[in-house]
Write a protein that binds this ligand. Structure first.
Ligand code: FAD
Length: 497
């Protein structure tokens, strides 16, 4: 017998609110779910790039890829290209999926390091199917040659998050979720728990459990329950963004671009109906006018709307589940968008909540476990993002005050250990359920210029000639697989038919 939650109120109708409504109504059909959103407070209106697990979220909902791409004006994303992050003029990609293929028990990147030590300067990404397809503007989810040792492409999407929220609203309402429009003016508590919210119309909405999806307002978790915000500005100093959409350009690139500038970085995200652009920057080093001017000077197509300023704080709520309230999305914390992880954190928070769904009203042990896992997840992603900033070009010579600050700032001990381990022998380990794979870490280390002092002795196992041949053959398989793929635009057209 379940003495726990029967009536649930989602507060907020941005990406977080409607993702919660959709997944909870799909997975917990007996729950009575309502969602309230304010006509007075808009959604954040940015968030166009994702990482591969979003494909699983849609699968859980039973939404097909063709349906999703059509409804959200989406495109495919095979990775993020980082320009000027390592040294000025250099670029590398965090391409999704694995790179190359290990030989026996030896990691592929160790074989590549050994080959480099012989004087072969072939790029690491020569062996990344994702990278090579991305740069050739090609895409096919199934492209695979007979007998190829390589895994197929791993993809995420670029998409219009506003259109996605509308799609999920239709989905949720079809599954019985009640939508209420109203601005919350008061939150009522009883014994420390949230009892109800009061709308400006005077209507009171009560529930057993509340999901705070009110964005940066954090109306329940922050303003009402006073859950402390752990500020990570000392690790990730950017605190502002300017966003501006431009007209679509050709060809439609299947990857995000991230371009480092003096006091921040610029994003470029190609969708079918527009390109999303923005500048994330640190207000200590750049004014709004400077950041806007730099962004506008670097656009490659006419703008479709005026540039918009967004202020944010990087960090997280100390407890993301407090009393009878779970915070999701921006209300729960924010890691800046460098690795497109925020929408994923909504997804993973929801899956975690469903797995830990309490069977009594207190939910004590479930809450504790949720908060423990969420902390670990946020910290692991935070460290991966810090790595990009810390291992920057100012290590290679002259750079701006902002980048020098990032290169010399204190970093978390766990990240320092990861850096030391890779610097010595190229070892990198995925901890527990860490989101980013070894290949992701390797690409940022190597892409930003950290070449290990030694390779692992196991990489000496194959004979030198055999290893050279193995790598040459692999390069040929990559080329042939990419050549067999349709262009990204043609593939999108075929989906629409
Ligand atoms: P919001 O969209 O702000 O929604 C808040 C909701 O709460 C609204 O419906 C509002 O009406 C409601 N509300 C607020 N107050 C009240 C009230 N008093 N009464 C009733 N309702 C109320 N994520 C990615 O995954 N990829 C990206 O590329 C990416 N880029 C980003 C770039 C920037 C610059 C920023 C700042 C964020 C980015 N994000 C990205 C994050 C992403 O935009 C958010 O995580 C996501 O949109 C979730 O927002 P939300 O639903 O939590 O909040």
């Amino acid at each position: 017998m379940n003495n726990g939650i029967h009536k649930l109120l989602i507060v907020g109708g941005g990406s977080a609110g409607w993702m919660a409504a959709a997944l909870l109504s799909r997975m917990l059909p007996k729950l009575s779910i309502s969602l309230v959103e304010s006509p007075l407070v808009g959604t954040i209106g940015v968030g166009e790039a994702s990482i591969p697990p979003l494909t699983h979220f849609n699968q859980l909902l039973g939404i097909s890829e063709a349906e999703f791409i059509a409804a959200t004006q989406g495109s495919y994303k095979l990775g993020i290209e980082f320009e000027n992050w390592g040294a000025e003029g250099e670029r590398y990609m965090h391409a999704f999926g694995s790179i190359g293929k290990s030989l026996g028990a030896t990691d592929f990147h160790q074989l590549w390091l050994r080959q480099q030590a012989t004087g072969d300067s072939t790029d690491f990404w020569r062996y990344s199917l994702n990278y090579q397809a991305a740069k050739a503007n090609r895409f096919s989810p199934n492209a695979q040659l007979q007998g190829s040792p390589l895994a197929p492409l791993v993809h995420a999407y670029h998409f219009d998050a506003g259109l996605y929220a509308q799609m999920l609203r239709r989905y949720s309402e079809n599954k019985g979720v009640t939508r209420i429009e109203g601005h919350i003016t008061q939150v009522m508590q009883q014994d420390g728990r949230i009892a109800s919210v009061v709308l400006d119309s005077g209507q009171t909405l009560s529930a057993d459990f509340f999901i705070d999806c009110t964005g940066l307002a954090a109306l329940l978790i922050g303003k009402t329950l006073a859950t402390e915000f752990e500020d990570w500005g000392h690790f990730l100093p950017c605190d502002r963004a300017i966003a501006v959409p431009t007209q679509r350009t050709e060809p439609l690139q299947p990857y995000t671009r991230s371009i480092a500038h003096e006091a921040g970085w610029q994003w470029r995200i190609p969708l079918q109906h527009r390109t999303g652009n923005g500048m994330v920057y640190c207000s200590e080093y750049w004014s709004e006018d400077e950041a806007t001017a730099r962004l506008l000077a670097n656009l490659d197509a006419p703008i479709l709307a005026e540039p918009r300023l967004i202020k944010f704080r990087t960090g997280r709520r100390q407890q993301q589940w407090q009393q009878n309230c779970l915070a999701l999305g921006l209300a729960s914390g924010f890691l800046e968008p460098l690795e497109s992880t925020s929408i994923h954190l909504i997804h993973s928070g929801l899956v975690r909540f469903i797995r830990l769904f309490p069977t009594d009203m207190d939910g004590g042990a479930c809450r504790e476990e949720y908060n423990r896992q969420s902390r670990a997840e946020f910290e692991q992603i935070r460290d991966f993002i810090i790595l990009h900033y810390h291992l920057n070009r100012s290590r290679h010579g002259h750079s701006s005050a902002f980048w020098q600050h990032c290169a010399t700032m204190e970093i978390p001990a766990h990240l320092k250990h990861k850096l030391d381990l890779f610097a010595q022998g190229g070892q990198v380990f995925r901890h527990q359920d860490e989101l980013f794979s070894e290949a992701a870490w390797q690409q940022v280390f190597l892409g930003q210029g950290l070449l290990p002092a030694h390779y692992h002795p196991m990489a000496d196992t194959p004979a030198a000639a055999d290893l050279s041949q193995y790598l040459k053959d692999m390069g040929k398989v990559v080329d042939a697989t990419v050549a067999a793929m349709p262009s990204h635009t043609d593939f999108l057209r075929s989906l629409a038919r």
